[in-house]
Design a protein around this ligand. Structure first.
Ligand code: GLN
Length: 501
């Protein structure tokens, strides 16, 4: 099989061929490293490529299989791109920020450790908006990532690097984090699958904090089944994260397999009245209407549901998130990590000069916003009020899930926008997150699955589920994916144009 073919295969297919020893993990890793060498100057999905370590890890998988030992996990030997916000002892970790340039963490994140234990080949670290704040990857201190569908457009953010790596066939699997949509929105913009697990479902140990009450790591892939396989590797209780849920990971792989058989009869799918209407690009709306018809054809019963407080989600999020950011980013004090601008003066002056030089404009904007929202005299009016809205949104979800099994909406209001379009207009950038934020505020689960193209660019369908309701969410996602592929004669991603320099 040619190297190009290897980069086109799903993670499940690659694993099958590696485990049956039809192909080797080393040749799979090499094919992806070659692909990165060929296209990443243009795409810029990676901040760091760990070629040698990747090949060594793959070689260990091959040796083990040659010795007749069972693979360490169903994904052993499959390559993956890791968002540069998870710590890695053997690679730099920057969170897309200049303030962490060259920092080598002394320990692996739990997610990193679980990937290694599963025998997954970590190819390198992917580009992202600084400290995961942004919707385009343009706020990375290391330059933007380009969308493989149109290299003049953004891949979304903050996890644009992970999504672009999938769409450019540089990796079949990736890890992202979703605080307000950073897994799902890039998935929608690149024609890939992205899952935001239930809050507490994936350990945050070693995940550089953006907003701790919202942050959640999750799987990114080109198929729903691949995402499910990865979800089961990274998910589950971790005693190093106090917010980790001490319950078994829902069996999402089984659910995805059942879903792919394409029968949703007996399921009630809630159509959120407040999402997907006004303010959404016409092509996104028609793709969404199409998706609703397809869900009905699969046997699901559509029920219109109202979540009246979702419209305040964006405003509440942009108070809660900056508040937590202002506190979390206080640790970058020029003393402990990365950059230090030594102005040869007092500690306070060194700190100020380092933070001035080390943080980009969006990080500074949010630190200032958050500090303001938390300051005495304003706390109740801003932060306190936003927390009340958060409760109301959770109640909207709870009421909806009494009537339906899952909720659906478009993942984003628009398709991928041109690089430079919104970078100087924070509000326009924030509006990307309209449909994804409620899930983060409520701590529930959601995924984005490709729902065709609008004007030649990918669109995503969002499926939202209750906390720990991942199984039904994967089932619906996989059923819809199978129906869509059958109707289109293949997955959306098979129509991505070849990346040209
Ligand atoms: N775009 C959102 C923000 O800028 C989402 C960030 C995220 O999910 N990490 O805050």
């Amino acid at each position: 099989m040619s190297a190009t073919d290897l980069t086109r295969l799903s993670a499940a297919d690659l694993a099958g061929k590696i485990h049956s020893r039809e192909i080797s993990a080393v040749e799979v890793a090499q094919a992806h490293l070659d692909r990165i060498a060929a296209v990443d100057d243009t795409v810029h999905a990676f901040l760091h490529v760990a070629g040698e370590a990747a090949l060594a890890s793959a070689a260990m998988v091959d040796e083990r299989l040659a010795a007749g030992t069972a693979p360490a996990s169903p994904l052993a030997g499959v390559p993956l791109a890791l968002k540069d916000v998870f710590t890695t002892v053997d690679m730099p970790t920057t969170a897309g920020s200049k303030i962490l340039e060259g920092w080598r963490p002394p320990y692996d994140a739990t997610v990193t450790a679980r990937l290694r234990a599963a025998g997954i080949t970590i190819l390198g670290k992917t580009n992202m908006d600084e400290f995961a704040m942004g919707s385009s990857t343009e706020y990375s201190a290391y330059g933007p990532t380009r969308n493989p569908w149109d290299t003049n457009r953004v891949p979304g953010g903050s996890g644009g690097g992970s999504a672009a790596a999938l769409a450019a066939f540089e990796a079949p699997l990736a890890i992202g984090t979703d605080t307000g949509g950073s897994i799902r929105q890039p998935a929608a913009f690149t024609g890939t699958v992205g899952v935001k697990p239930t809050y507490g479902g994936v350990s945050r140990y070693g995940l550089i904090a953006c907003a701790s009450s919202l942050d959640q790591g999750g799987p990114c892939a080109r198929t729903v089944l691949d995402a499910a396989l990865l979800h089961e590797v990274i998910g589950g209780w971790d005693d190093r994260d106090s917010t980790s849920i001490d319950k078994p990971v829902p069996s999402v792989v089984d659910a995805a397999r059942i879903g792919a058989a394409g029968d949703l009869s007996g399921l009630r799918v809630g159509v959120v009245r407040e999402l997907g209407g006004e303010g959404y690009q016409p092509g996104v709306r028609s793709s969404y209407e199409d998706a609703l018809r397809q869900l009905e054809k699969l046997g699901a019963e559509l029920v219109e549901v109202s979540c009246p407080h979702f419209e305040y989600g964006l405003a509440a999020y942009y108070l809660i998130l900056p508040s937590e950011v202002s506190s979390n980013l206080a640790r970058f004090d020029a003393m402990r990590y990365g950059l230090r601008v030594d102005v040869g003066a007092s500690a306070e002056e060194v700190m100020a000069a380092t933070r001035e030089a080390g943080f980009g404009p969006e990080a500074k904007r949010r630190i200032i916003l958050g500090t303001y929202a938390l300051s005495s005299g304003y706390y109740d009016a801003y932060y306190g009020q936003a927390q009340k809205v958060r409760t109301l949104i959770s109640r909207d979800f709870a009421a909806a899930f009494e009537q339906v099994d899952v909720l659906v909406s478009p993942t984003t209001p628009t398709t991928a926008f041109p690089i430079g379009d919104k970078v100087d207009d924070p509000l326009a950038m924030y509006l990307n997150d309209l449909a994804t934020i409620p899930t983060n505020l409520a701590g529930t689960a959601a995924l984005s699955v490709p729902s065709g193209l609008a004007d030649g660019l990918p669109v995503g369908l969002q499926v939202m589920a209750p906390a720990l309701g991942e199984a039904v969410m994967y089932r619906v996602g996989a059923a819809y994916e199978a129906a869509r592929n059958a109707e289109d004669g293949g997955p959306v991603i098979s129509r991505v144009p070849e990346v040209s320099a």
